[in-house]
Design a protein around this ligand. Structure first.
Ligand code: HEC
Ligand code: HEC
Length: 212
């Protein structure tokens, strides 16, 4: 598989492990179901990045699952995070929203879905650590403006639309400055049912209870 995915690693870094600088996201070691869903999303127009959509347009579901499994199985260390790039009050706001949400606005905590260690939950929820700040800002913004979609029901669109621009930048600044624990492996299961229903996340019915 390594030679076949050389086109991918040109942008995503050697073996798919981008550095914390720059915009290209790391793909190595992310949950396989999440990676496969993203490849479908780019191919089928729910996410937009022309050079990638173009590469994927003729590839079958089965082949995209193979590519996803290849990158998911890579177990490579993460570089240390960059120093926080925001004022301490902003960083504190970001941390509070990620860990506790805001019950008054029915904003769930990010950790309720992304795992208490924020390393994601297998098979389809990605981690929030080891991603560049610019990439985080841009993805949350893309959900707010409808540029990025997940499979319906799109719980991330619901979450992102509750956040102000200032909150998005606080969250991204805090997350991007956190170290990734022990290779950042996704958790095997959720500690509790998801607070909202999320498409593309195959979980036992009891874990998809949700409010909506
Ligand atoms: C021309 C550069 C480029 C090439 C080539 C490329 N990618 Fe990407 N990829 C990107 C960028 C930029 C993004 C983020 C796009 C966005 O803003 O949503 C991305 C996003 C992704 C994501 C989503 C990551 C996440 O955390 O959500 C996956 C998975 C991915 N690429 C896999 C691949 C695979 C597999 C290939 C090879 C078949 C590939 N890419 C080729 C630049 C590239
Ligand atoms: C109800 C569950 C849920 C909550 C709460 C939630 N997320 Fe997500 N998030 C998901 C799912 C599911 C995905 C994968 C979506 C997809 O397949 O594209 C995701 C994807 C993401 C991504 C894309 C990662 C990448 O590599 O491109 C980011 C960034 C993100 N979430 C940030 C957050 C932040 C920040 C919060 C808290 C403010 C949050 N999420 C709260 C379920 C959730």
């Amino acid at each position: 598989m390594a030679p076949r995915v050389r086109a991918c690693t040109l942008c995503h870094g050697k073996e798919g492990r981008a550095t914390p600088e720059g915009y290209f996201p790391r793909i190595a070691g992310k949950p396989a179901g999440y990676l496969a869903n993203q490849l479908f999303n780019f191919r089928d127009g729910r996410r937009n990045y022309a050079p990638m959509s173009h590469l994927l347009e003729t590839l079958s579901d089965a082949y995209l699952h193979e590519i996803a499994a290849y990158f998911a199985a890579l177990d490579l260390p993460y570089p240390p995070p960059p120093a926080p790039q925001a004022a301490p009050a902003q960083i504190a706001l970001g941390q509070r929203l990620v860990q506790h949400g805001d019950a008054a606005r029915r904003l769930p905590a990010c950790v309720q879905c992304h795992g208490s260690a924020m390393t994601g939950v297998a098979p389809a929820i990605p981690g929030l650590l080891g991603l560049p700040r610019d990439y985080l800002n841009s993805q949350l913004g893309a959900w707010q403006t409808g540029q990025r979609h997940a499979q319906a029901p799109d719980c991330m669109a619901e979450v992102a639309r509750k956040l102000s621009a200032d909150e998005v930048s606080a969250i991204s600044a805090w997350l991007a400055a956190q170290p990734v624990p022990a290779h950042g492996k996704p958790a095997a299961q959720l500690p509790a049912p998801l607070p909202l229903r999320c498409g593309g996340v195959a979980l036992p019915a009891a874990d998809q209870r949700g409010r909506t």
